[in-house]
Design a protein around this ligand. Structure first.
Ligand code: 3HC
Ligand code: NAI
Length: 699
């Protein structure tokens, strides 16, 4: 049983006890109804309190149950709430810490609510691509007003209980407890005080109107349309709340139910639910138990004050952790510090950072030209030039000065972390921390696990990543790690598409319509086309038989490196970032086709999207079977947080599973027959072929 029953004098207390957040799974729902039955059968009980054990009143419906039989079995949440409403004795919700989703809906079904201060109150279903499906859209407007309720439902954001409690006229809370500690006692006393109250108040009986009716909902619809481009749920939230104002309660509830069930089956909701669990699973490493002891990180050293070193330092300063940056020359230090200051000052100007906070952060920052000043650092992150020789000098120095147990991390994007670790006598303390640019903004952090990286080093880095608000994903050592290894296949396909007849803007537009933040050519111009050029030159030596379109090299030979040179795949007006199609590039591509004897053809947007996305999927499957990533969800997290993959598609691996792996493999076989493509690249990864044959999905 995941709800406990106790009697305190004349009050029965039903305590939800389903860790970690008292999700309202089947056993918990049964426990509540059984508790109500017992309390009603006991003549000595005059009132009932429902509360939650541990760190939550309730985080809502048990999301793990969605799509399973358990979510359909009685009592469902509606039936539980109905049982509460029909209870002959007053039912009081004693709310604390977290009261969300179905948890709040349960509380709204109770006759009375007593809340502790500091409780996060929310209907966050929209973040899962849903709307509140157990009366939340019908009851919340009745107690906090239509506009306040709609704002909460459409945003899914939490509001603090004391904030709601202080709003005049709100009917959500009948009483605010003095403190979380006194909640239990105050709820018992409140229950006794209402033991004889009849009739028992029900939120459903309160009126629900908006003075401007249609005009307000039209306004709300327009607002939501602009905000929620690829998601159907927010507009449905408006429909449901409007129903609360226009229909009888039972009819409004039926409307909400229908909308909820329809949303549950949308691919957007499946994608968001996948994201919810994948994000949490990414922080768990299969062979590193959650109780692995962690090293204390009180002070951080950063080597190199360039593009990455500055951004990396800001992350730690923002989290209140002192940083010392080391450089080879004072000028480089001055330049790096000036950039950090400029970034913070821009935030202050926009009102995103208070001046005193800015000063506090800068006070945590020190600089040095001397390795001795890093000897008390617990974590040292190297972000110097991407050359193995330079990394060797740095890591040998670090090995001499760093204190025993200090974690030595490299931000390398392409070099072998095991080789870097071998420059030291302590490879167990060496790990890759691959931040993405701009490092103070981008959420993704690839944590590269070397052959010898110690488990407590990994556990520590995952914990510190959370502290600096990054989504950390563990990758094994391989060229490009998870993200860049996959993007190379994607870029290869983008090049072939140009060879075969596309323009850069046609490719970009097709994949941007699919939902990517930016197509491959706009992205190349932003990141600098010379980076890929350098990688291809290296590849030409290491893997001479790798097939690429020549267009990207021809572009770089013209000095068209991207935005930084004012021209790349597109032209750019001075100081502007708008991509303007370039006649020079179109002529260059056409000439290249002529030279190669290629007759251009019309390529459909569907083919463009499939080739770009499935190239990611096939490489992702190889990464998975090689154990470079431990779960397909990790690969999705990399792409969702670091590469602008559309959130509503759930990441490349989830998307492929949605399309059906059988269909993906079929398409790959079709592409392999194209003589202008790279047939070997389309050879399905064995894992993908096997899952497709078995009719299975990645997750
Ligand atoms: N169901 C099942 N598991 C849940 C859950 C839920 N509603 N909410 C959280 N969890 C699990 C997480 O998966 C995680 O599990 P793990 O430890 O095995 O990885 C654990 O609880 C802790 O979660 P967090 O890491 O997110 O912990 P935080 O302390 O940072 O946050 C929280 C707690 C604020 C409750 C946050 O987890 C959250 O926002 N949860 C989602 C709440 C939600 O969306 N509720 C609505 C559900 S849908 C619904 O109620 C439908 C109804 O209208 C019919
Ligand atoms: P950068 O050229 O902007 O900065 C490198 C800094 O290191 C310079 O300030 C330089 O003076 C300093 N430096 C060089 N040798 C040094 C030494 N021996 N000791 C101390 N300082 C030294 O380079 P950037 O872009 O910041 O890249 C740094 C590292 O981060 C590289 O390994 C790169 O591959 C990686 N990386 C870069 C990304 C990017 O988008 N720029 C993204 C992810 C990783």
């Amino acid at each position: 049983m995941t709800a406990e029953y106790q009697v305190h004098g004349d009050v029965a207390v039903i305590t939800l006890n389903n860790p970690p957040v008292n999700g309202l799974g089947l056993a918990t729902r049964r426990g509540i109804v059984e508790g109500l039955d017992r309390a009603q059968a006991d003549a000595a009980v005059k009132a009932i309190v429902i509360t939650g054990a541990g760190g939550a009143f309730s985080g809502g419906a048990d999301i793990k149950e969605f799509g399973t039989d358990k979510s359909l079995q009685e009592p469902n949440l509606h039936s539980v709430i109905s049982a509460i409403e029909h209870c002959e004795k007053p039912v009081v919700a004693a709310i604390h810490t977290v009261c969300m989703g179905g948890g709040l809906e349960l509380a709204l079904g109770c006759h009375y609510r007593v809340a502790a201060p500091g409780c996060s109150v929310a209907l966050p279903e929209v973040k899962l691509g849903l709307l509140p499906g157990a009366g939340g859209t019908q009851r919340l407007p009745r107690v906090v007003g239509v506009e306040a309720a709609l704002n909460m439902i459409v945003s899914g954001e939490a509001v603090k209980s004391e904030f709601i409690g202080a709003v005049a006229g709100q009917k959500l809370f009948d009483k605010m407890a003095a403190s979380p500690e006194s909640l239990a006692e105050e709820a018992l006393a409140f229950a006794r005080s209402v033991a004889d109250a009849r009739p028992l108040p029900l939120v459903r009986n309160l009126p629900c109107k908006h003075p401007e009716g249609d005009a307000y909902f039209q306004f709300a619809r327009n607002m939501v349309k602009g905000m929620a481009r690829n998601f159907p749920a927010p507009a449905k939230c408006v429909d449901a709340v409007e129903a609360a104002t226009k229909k009888k309660f039972a009819e409004g509830l039926a409307t909400e139910r229908e909308l909820f069930i329809n949303l549950m089956w949308t691919p957007e909701s499946r994608a968001l639910r996948h994201l919810f669990f994948a994000e949490r699973a990414a922080s768990k490493i299969p062979d590193v138990p959650s109780d692995t002891p962690k090293r204390d990180i009180k002070k951080v050293g950063v080597i190199g004050a360039g593009t990455m070193g500055g951004g990396i330092s800001m992350n730690f300063l923002n989290a209140g952790i002192p940083v010392t940056i080391l450089e080879t020359k004072q000028e480089a230090l001055d330049r790096g510090i000036a950039t950090i200051q400029k970034n913070y000052e821009a935030q202050v100007k926009k009102g995103k950072l208070k001046e005193d906070k800015y000063q506090q952060r800068m006070a945590l920052l020190s600089t040095t030209l001397n390795y001795d000043d890093l000897k008390d650092c617990d974590l040292i992150i190297e972000a110097v030039f991407e050359e193995l020789g330079v990394k060797e000098t740095v890591f040998k120095q670090l090995d001499k000065v760093a204190k025993p147990g200090a974690i030595l991390a490299s931000n390398t994007s392409t070099l072998d972390v095991d080789k870097i670790a071998a420059f030291t006598q302590r490879p167990q303390d060496v790990v890759g921390m691959h931040f993405f640019s701009p490092a103070n903004v981008m959420r993704l952090l690839e944590v590269v696990r070397g052959k010898h990286t110690a488990k407590d080093v990994l556990a520590t880095v995952m914990a510190i990543a959370k502290k600096i608000k990054k989504t950390a994903v563990v990758s094994g050592v391989c060229d490009g790690f998870i993200g860049n290894r996959m993007i190379e296949r994607y870029s290869q396909q983008a090049g072939f598409l140009l060879d075969e007849g596309c323009t850069p803007s046609q490719v970009d537009k097709a994949i941007e319509k699919f939902g990517f933040a930016m197509g491959p050519f706009r992205m190349g111009d932003l990141a600098g086309n010379d980076i890929g050029w350098a990688i291809r030159k290296r590849r030409a030596v290491e893997q001479p038989d790798m097939k690429y379109s020549k267009t990207a090299d021809l572009l770089c030979e013209k000095g068209r490196f991207g935005q930084k040179t004012g021209k790349g795949w597109y032209d750019y007006a001075p100081g502007k970032r708008d991509a303007i199609p370039s006649q020079e590039v179109l002529d260059m591509i056409e000439q290249h086709r002529k030279d190669a004897g290629i007759a251009p053809r019309k390529v459909s947007d569907e083919e463009i999207v499939q080739r770009l996305v499935y190239s990611l999927v096939n490489e992702g499957a190889k990464i998975l079977e090689e154990g470079i990533a431990s779960k397909s969800g990790d690969i999705d997290m990399v792409y969702l947080t670091g590469y602008g993959f559309p959130i509503h598609r759930g990441g490349p691996m989830h998307y492929a599973s949605e399309v059906g792996l059988f269909n993906v493999v079929q398409a790959m076989q079709r592409f392999a027959r194209n003589p202008l493509d790279d047939a070997r690249a389309w050879q399905p990864a064995p894992l993908l072929a096997q899952l497709a044959a078995e009719g299975k999905a990645f997750a």
